[in-house]
Design a protein around this ligand. Structure first.
Ligand SMILES: [Fe+2]
Length: 321
C-alpha cells in the first residue's frame, strides 16, 4: 500500500464555515488542509494550468508521499543523536555562506555538508517548479538536519520554543519585514517512524481572533532592541504582529486542545512543504528529518493578497512596513 499523508481529516460541518465575506475566498478549498501529489522523481514538470501555487499560497500543505530523498549507506550510518553537538537542537547549514554549525565531530562535517547541499539543490528545484513566479528569487537558503526525538528535545524547552504547540513561524531576533517563509521537509527516519504533525485553521480566521490580544507596537522599543543587538535589524510592525500571533497561539491552551485542527502523518520517504509563516503547524513526534527554508518577497507571489503581511494590513487597516 502506498503511504498517505492523511491521518484523520473530518469534513467540516456547516457551522464551522466562515461567515465573513472577507475570509471566504481564503477558506475556499480548505476543507482539506493538505494536497497529496503522486510524483516519484524530483525532476517532474508541474502540470499546465496547475493550481498548486494557489493552494500553497492559500496555506495548504503539499505532500509527496513517494518523493524520496535517498541517503547513501555512509550517510545513513551517520544518523544518531550524537551527530549533533551537545545542547544543540539541530545541525544547520547556511548555503550562501557555505557555513555549517552543530556537527559534534569535525571529521563528519564534510559528509553532512555534502548531504545538506544535495538536499538544498533538490528542494530549490522543487520550489521553483511549484512556484514559477519565484524562479531565481529564493532568498537566504538555510537548511537543517534534525536528529533528536521530538518529545525528548521539547521537554527541555520553554513554552515559546515548544513546537509541539500549534504556531506560525516567526523569527524573534531576525525581523524579515513581511517576507514569506517556505519550508520543505523530508522524513529520513531509517526505522519506519512517522513524523506526526497537527495543522490548524486558515491564517486569516486565526489572525482575526487573536489580533486583539497582541500588545500595541512600539517603534521606539523596536529601535532600542535593534540598538542593543537583541534583534538583527529593527522589528517592523509586521514582525511585531506575526511574533505576537506565534506567542498568542502557543500561550492559548484552550486553542491548542480544542481549536480546529487535523493530524497529518508523514512516513519515512515523504516530502512535504508549506508556508510555515501562514499554516499553523505543530510537530508532535518523530526523529530524523531534513528541513529547507527559503524566504520569498511578497511582491513575487502569485496571490500576494493572501500573504500574512497583506492579511494583517487588511485586518488592522494600516500599512505594517
Ligand atoms: Fe514551526
Amino acid at each position: 500500500m502506498v503511504a498517505s499523508c492523511i491521518a484523520n481529516l473530518p469534513s467540516l460541518s456547516s457551522s464551522e464555515l466562515p461567515t465573513s465575506h472577507r475570509s471566504a475566498h481564503e477558506y475556499h478549498n480548505f476543507a482539506r488542509p493538505i494536497v497529496e501529489l503522486p510524483y516519484t522523481d524530483w525532476q517532474f514538470a508541474a502540470p499546465d494550468n496547475s493550481d498548486l501555487t494557489d493552494r500553497l499560497e492559500r496555506g495548504q500543505v503539499l505532500c509527496f508521499p513517494q518523493l524520496a530523498f535517498t541517503l547513501s549507506e555512509q550517510e545513513q550510518a551517520l544518523l544518531g543523536p550524537e551527530l549533533v553537538g551537545p545542547k544543540r537542537k539541530n545541525i544547520s547549514f547556511n548555503i550562501d555562506r557555505d557555513r555549517i554549525n552543530g556537527v559534534a565531530d569535525p571529521t563528519n562535517e564534510a559528509a553532512v555538508r555534502a548531504l545538506l547541499k544535495r538536499y538544498y539543490q533538490h528542494t530549490r528545484n522543487l520550489v521553483e517548479t511549484l512556484l514559477p513566479e519565484n524562479r531565481g528569487k529564493l532568498l537566504e537558503p538555510v537548511n537543517s538536519l534534525r536528529v533528536h526525538e521530538i518529545s525528548q528535545w521539547q521537554g527541555k524547552s520553554s513554552w515559546r520554543k515548544d513546537d509541539i504547540r500549534l504556531h506560525v513561524d516567526a523569527f524573534p531576533s531576525r525581523p524579515i519585514h513581511g517576507q514569506r517563509i517556505i519550508r520543505v521537509f523530508h522524513n529520513i527516519n531509517p526505522h519506519g517512524t512517522l513524523r506526526v504533525w497537527r495543522v490548524g485553521e486558515p491564517f486569516e480566521r486565526l489572525a482575526e481572533r487573536l489580533l486583539p490580544r497582541i500588545k500595541p507596537y512600539s517603534s521606539l522599543s523596536s529601535s532600542l532592541q535593534a540598538a542593543l543587538k537583541i534583534t538583527k535589524s529593527k522589528r517592523s510592525h509586521y514582525d511585531h504582529l506575526i511574533l505576537g500571533l506565534h506567542d498568542a497561539m502557543k500561550a492559548d491552551t484552550d486553542y491548542q486542545a480544542n481549536g480546529q485542527q487535523w493530524q497529518l502523518d508523514f512516513h519515512p520517504g515523504t516530502t512535504w512543504m508549506a508556508f510555515s509563516d501562514q499554516t499553523p503547524h505543530a510537530a508532535m513526534s518523530g526523529q530524523y528529518m531534513l528541513e529547507q527554508t527559503f524566504l520569498l518577497d511578497v511582491a513575487s507571489q502569485k496571490n500576494s493578497e493572501l500573504s500574512p503581511l497583506r492579511v494583517l494590513e487588511r485586518l488592522t487597516g494600516r500599512a505594517l512596513l
